[in-house]
Design a protein around this ligand. Structure first.
Ligand code: 0A1
Ligand code: ZN
Length: 885
């Protein structure tokens, strides 16, 4: 909790640390009602930080100091200063050893930061600044040390004792306790420290690296989940191989461990050699996890594994550089997933997510650059901008340099900076040095916030056979940044003739044509590109593969979009044309609704989808993506002022029309998919995942017919599916249907069957929380009292409160403000338990500027009420103060 106003920390104030820690020796004595931590720090003056011996200021919070020695001499109260965040003392020599003993209370740590208990096990979360809640330390990523860790605990309750690196010794004590010592040979910052103690089982495998070393792989869980680990293990081995093949990166320790814990603030954490995962990102079994969950496990296992190089071997100098490791690692895991699954579908999913959520962040009060200039609470900066936009920045470098030069750049980066804590500038420098390209202007992507807008006009000169594209870029003002300089925007593009054939591309002044798809680098505020020898008026396909995170505006007509849907050689842009067509049609419906007119749907949307459904040659996953209308949240993001009710009505109207007009086609495809499901055993492979996604979206349309025959197939799928993907989809469709008795029956059966599986119950909560039928808030309030719900488990909070506030727009934005009041109450309660989770749940309220006057007033009032509610954490305070500014 905050005892004084939180301070803003600025990048410009960065200074190298005064002291370094060469060795860190830790001893943990774990007990049920407290833990003793002894730390021996072998320190020296940092030669790079100047002369003299400044005071040593160690970070430390919520620590009860029991004992302190400097070079074996006990220090008395007058020899040091202690505040609630620091311990200061005066060294007398350039080299010295500090010994401290503190008492901490993991058993009552509900913030899940530092050392805490999740169920019956001890575990840690130290990124970003959790280590200071474990012991007094220089808790900053540019202080890297070699760690040796000894843990001792009751042997029966905690038979497994783990930490980073390799096990080097273990033994028993007389009183039923035992101990183990681990040593990590690699220097690391404190945020990568981890320990685990518990009654855990593991599965074991091994991987032979490219240089022929055998690495032991272990995944630990509580015994009841031992049968749900194979998918994570397979994903880990694929990741290790991929990183060798694509980036030349070999694993470096003899053992790699993953531990699954139930209470975790984020997805997972890349602690050196000992990754700790939210169980939702490790456990996967066809009976209990959907295809999407399987894919998430694969992606998160890869992400954390890839951090071993992009994050651990080369780490961040300071937390302003967070995207150095996160943007790069998200880019790496996205490419891995693209290689393991369908590349186009992966890109569609990522872009839909980015445009809906990151663009909204960029347009809101918490907007910040990929490399922020300041923050109050670093936990608030694990954002979509740092992660997802950061990955887009890396993707653009990849696009501009080409795969080969990019690989040279990453090799140079890893080689040059191995064992160091560096900056985003160092990364870009390596890319420049390896490629010979100047990225000075490109670096504005790191420093300027906001989503650029790119407007495009074209002109065909039939006489001269030239075609000119003119780009105009601009970027809206964001907090602290009124004016922006032009970005470097790579625009991948092609030109289509009236038969849908791709035209060869040659720019004026070029000697030869350069294929039929190429990248234009837009660098000026206004810039034209003229193509020569263009035989006919072409239709441009722009921003292929979403080559830059911008809002593109080209005045496509609906017929042109239908044409691109059919003919564009770029799969992503075929989908994008369909989305733009749907957006245009839905926006027209929203306007009709706002004017009080009867709704009239442009039949071209139906015809376009009919063609998609009828085309048996298309990948089923693509068909499913193309049948999915843009989400309400995306339509809201695109609006100047979001009319949640009109958007919901318009979108439902369109879905019902599609269901009615295309019923027979949907029915036929559904039946064939379901039949294939019944006759083939489940596998989480790309072909089956594609089939199930088509089947499930078809089912959701069929049920809009509200007919008995649709209900029958839905209930059949719910009852007889042999996997969670089909079962949960059927449940979700039932929950959103008017068949109250079947719905209640299905919900009750599901809960009875899965009541002991926390992750499945999360799905059960989320499906109900997201249901847009009237009465949503009351249903959520009732579920808060369900025996399986607790505010102390972040997954439960996300499943019920998060799903309601983020996915259930009509109910959350109820015009009487009750949804807002509910969320504010939960944030106030969470603030006292878990500030990081409290602050994250606040996000929907921070977007108040998007809504009408009545809602704005109601939302602001709730933000003000939280602000006035008492002792606020720095996390919540920062978000509130920026949102109300
Ligand atoms: N580095 C992790 C994310 C992470 C960040 C903070 C955490 O606790 C506050 C936990 C995990 C990743 O990128 O996966
Ligand atoms: Zn990460």
């Amino acid at each position: 909790m905050r005892s004084e106003q939180p301070q803003t920390i600025h990048l410009k104030d960065y200074r190298a640390p005064d002291y370094l820690i060469d060795e860190t020796h830790l001893t943990f004595e774990l007990f049920e009602d407290h833990t003793l931590v002894h730390a021996q720090l072998v320190m020296r003056r940092n030669p790079a930080a100047g002369d003299g011996l400044p005071p040593l200021v160690l970070d430390g919070q919520q620590l009860e100091l029991l004992d302190l020695h400097l070079d074996d001499v006990p220090l008395a109260a007058g020899d040091y200063q202690l505040t609630d965040s620091h311990l200061s003392l005066q060294p007398t020599q350039a080299r010295f050893v500090i010994d401290s003993t503190v008492r901490i209370h993991p058993e009552s740590n509900t913030a899940l930061e530092g050392l805490y208990k999740s169920g019956g096990m001890f575990c840690t979360q130290c990124e970003a600044e959790g280590f200071r809640k474990i012991t007094f330390y220089l808790d900053r990523p540019d202080v890297m040390s070699v760690f040796t860790t000894t843990l001792s605990a009751d042997k029966q309750a905690y038979p497994i004792l783990l930490s980073n690196g390799n096990p080097i010794a273990s033994g028993e004590e007389e009183d039923g306790r035992h101990w183990a010592t681990w040593q990590d040979p690699f220097k690391k910052p404190a945020y990568l420290f981890a320990l685990v103690a518990g009654d855990l089982w593991c599965i074991e495998d091994s991987f032979r690296t490219l240089s022929g070393r055998d690495v032991a792989l272990r995944i630990y869980v509580e015994p009841e989940n031992i049968g749900k680990l194979q998918h994570a293990m397979d994903s880990l081995k694929k990741s290790m191989k991929w990183d060798e093949e694509v980036y030349g990166r070999e694993y470096d320790l003899d053992i790699f461990m993953i531990v699954a814990v139930n209470d975790f603030n984020m997805g997972a954490m890349e602690n050196k050699g000992l990754n700790i995962f939210n169980s939702s990102c490790v456990l996967a079994h066809p009976d209990t996890a959907t295809d999407a969950a399987h894919q998430r496990v694969e992606a998160v296992v890869a992400h954390e594994y890839f951090h071993n190089w992009s994050g651990n071997r080369v780490t961040c100098r300071d937390w302003f550089q967070l995207s150095l490791k996160e943007g790069f690692t998200v880019f790496r895991d996205a490419e891995f997933s693209a290689d393991m699954n369908s590349r186009t579908v992966k890109r569609i999913e990522d872009v839909a997510f980015l445009r809906t959520h990151q663009f909204a962040e960029d347009a809101g009060p918490m907007a910040h650059p990929v490399r922020p200039d300041s923050y109050m609470e670093i936990s608030n900066f694990y954002t979509l901008t740092i992660y997802e936009k950061g990955a887009e920045v890396l993707r653009m470098i990849h696009t501009l340099l080409g795969a080969e030069a990019f690989r040279k750049g990453s090799d140079l980066y890893f080689e040059r900076h191995d064992g160091q804590a560096v900056t985003c500038d160092d990364f870009v420098q390596a890319m420049e040095d390896a490629s010979g390209q100047d990225l000075t202007q490109f670096k504005r992507w790191y420093t300027q916030s906001g989503t650029p807008r790119l407007a495009v006009e074209d002109c065909y000169d039939a006489h001269a056979k030239t075609y000119t594209l003119t780009f105009r870029q601009s970027c809206p003002a964001t907090p602290g940044q009124e004016r922006k300089e032009p970005f470097v925007i790579p625009v991948a593009m092609g030109l289509l003739d009236s038969h849908g054939r791709e035209l060869p591309l040659r720019l004026a002044g070029e000697a030869e044509t350069a294929g039929t798809s190429r990248v234009l680098a837009v660098t000026e505020a206004v810039q034209s590109f003229t193509f020569v020898e263009v035989p006919v008026q072409p239709l441009p396909s722009l921003l292929r593969g979403f080559s830059a995170p911008v809002k593109l505006h080209y005045p496509y007509g609906r017929d042109q979009l239908m044409f691109l849907m059919q003919h564009d050689s770029d799969g992503f842009n075929r989908w994008e044309a369909g989305q733009q067509l749907a957006v245009q049609v839905l926006q027209a419906l929203v306007e009709q609704q706002q004017r009080g007119e009867p709704l009239h749907l442009d039949g071209r949307l139906i015809e376009a989808l009919r063609a998609v459904l009828a085309d048996e040659t298309l990948d089923q996953a693509m068909v499913a993506e193309m049948l999915s209308l843009p989400a309400e949240a995306y339509l809201a993001e695109l609006s100047e002022m979001a009319d949640v009710d009109a958007i919901h009505i318009a979108r439902e109207f369109a879905r019902e029309a599609i269901a009615r007009e295309l019923f027979d086609l949907l029915w036929a495809r559904y039946q064939r998919c379901r039949e294939a499901s019944r006759s083939t055993p489940y596998a989480a492979d790309a072909a089956q995942i594609a089939r199930r996604s088509l089947q499930n979206i078809a089912l959701s349309y069929l049920m809009l017919a509200r007919s008995e025959e649709a209900l029958d197939v839905c209930v059949e799928q719910f009852e007889h599916a042999d996997n969670m993907t089909e079962r949960l989809a059927a449940l979700a469709v039932l929950v959103n249907s008017p068949f109250d008795a079947d719905k209640a029956n299905a919900l009750a059966k599901f809960a009875e069957h899965f009541k002991d599986d926390a992750l499945v119950m999360d799905q059960w909560f989320a499906v109900q929380a997201a249901c847009s039928l009237p009465g949503g808030l009351e249903r959520v309030q009732a579920l808060m009292h369900h025996g399986a719900f607790t505010l102390k488990n972040p997954n439960k909070v996300r499943a019920l409160i998060g799903a309601f506030a983020n996915q259930n727009h009509v109910n959350f934005h109820r015009i009487d403000g009750a949804g807002y009041r509910f969320l504010a109450d939960q944030v106030i309660a969470l603030n006292a338990l878990n500030p990081q989770i409290a602050s994250r749940q606040l996000t929907p309220l921070t977007r108040w500027r998007k809504f009408d006057q009545t809602r704005q007033v109601l939302m602001r009032a709730e933000l003000e009420r939280i602000l006035a509610s008492g002792e606020l954490s720095g996390d919540v305070y920062e978000v509130l103060s920026k949102s109300l500014a």
